[in-house]
Design a protein around this ligand. Sequence first.
Ligand code: NAP
Length: 412
Amino acid sequence: MGFDRIEIPDEGEIVESDGEDVEVPDAPIIPYITGDGIGVDVSPAARTVLDAAAEETGREIHWTEVYAGERAEEEYGELLPDETLEAIDYFNVALKGPLTTPVGEGFRSLNVAIRKELDLYSNVRPVYYIDGVPSPVNSPEDVDMVCFREATEDVYSGIEWEQGSEGMQRVREFLNEEMGEDVPEDAGIGVKPISEFKTKRLVRKAIKYAIDRGRDSVTLVHKGNIMKFTEGAFKDWGYELAEEEFPEETITEDELWEEYDGERPEGKVVVKDRIADNMLQQLLTRTDQYGVMAMPNLNGDYLSDAAAGQVGGLGIAPGANIGDGRAVFEPVHGSAPKYAGEDKVNPTALILTGRIMFEYFEWFDAAELVRDAVEETIQDRTVTYDIHRQIEGGEKVSTSRFAELVAEKIRS
Ligand code: NAP
């Protein structure tokens, strides 16, 4: 495959995909998007650490830069060139830094556009405590959950009309005159589609993950008490999927109490559901009862950030966007433009994002090395400004120095 501006390394092999799973060589070619703002700081830092972990476990990553955001604007004169999407589609994987959401016409968000174009429908965010990171709660070590957020529909579909626009007036007319509704004339209108197919493929990924990783439960988080045909249907389709496709591996919470007196049988994943507002408080009060969460887009957005806050916030929160046989890994945080190029911010989120990529590759040994080395470096209290300002003492280090320290631990 030829590209105009993307330079393919002479060495390295493609991560192969059969449209469901991937097969990863020991010397994969991995495209990366540097990202806007602090992307110039965290992207090289993360690659330093990931290279060290790959090398220590007998592998070698061949990185190739692909462009989006400001760097794409410079290279191609556009924010999201087709070539970038084609390259990710071809190599089946990418490590992405944060991108600034363009203000004005064009893209609603580059990040959303990438997820949509490549149909990366599950946004996956593991949230766990790293010893030494300051936390606002009493028992942050109880947090060990993986959020699966549907990433292509719900109110993020972009089907909305501005107050007073022609579209808004036409939709309002239809709703009021033909459907008997009473939408005020000064309203903006948005549409929230949630479909059976897209719900089931997300819940399937969450349940498979729980089974493969020996997790106790999958919780469907919804607001079905109010939005019955979208959020309520999400819950119903989730249970249906579990019963249809995983009858041996799963039981419902009702069955757990009716047939097993609340004692989870060995090897079974309990499928349960919670209403979103209740879930947000249970996250704090009954933290250890939740392992894997499957959520529509908006609930997932709120809940995964709230969970990340419990273990220390955005500077350390990793994420992934996974579709069928391809994935783009990216941190939860944005491009924090005010710190761009200062070699100051915390690269942990992108480093741990790389760790999820290693787990996705089934490079579990390399993933463990990364996690342990990050934890040890933070425990040594050699930390970036964001953590340093929350602890007593410790040494404040730059982005690149933090990455060097982590890489040194991996090599030692
Ligand atoms: P942000 O870039 O995440 O930054 C908000 C604040 O979070 C920063 O000012 C900083 O707090 C802290 N922070 C973020 N990353 C950090 C890091 N690596 N280390 C330490 N602290 C970190 O959010 P934003 O300012 O709302 O968004 C900026 C742009 O990024 C927007 O255009 C937004 O749309 C975009 N964005 C992109 C993505 C993505 O690419 N996936 C995600 C979210 C937002 P302090 O100043 O308090 O230290």
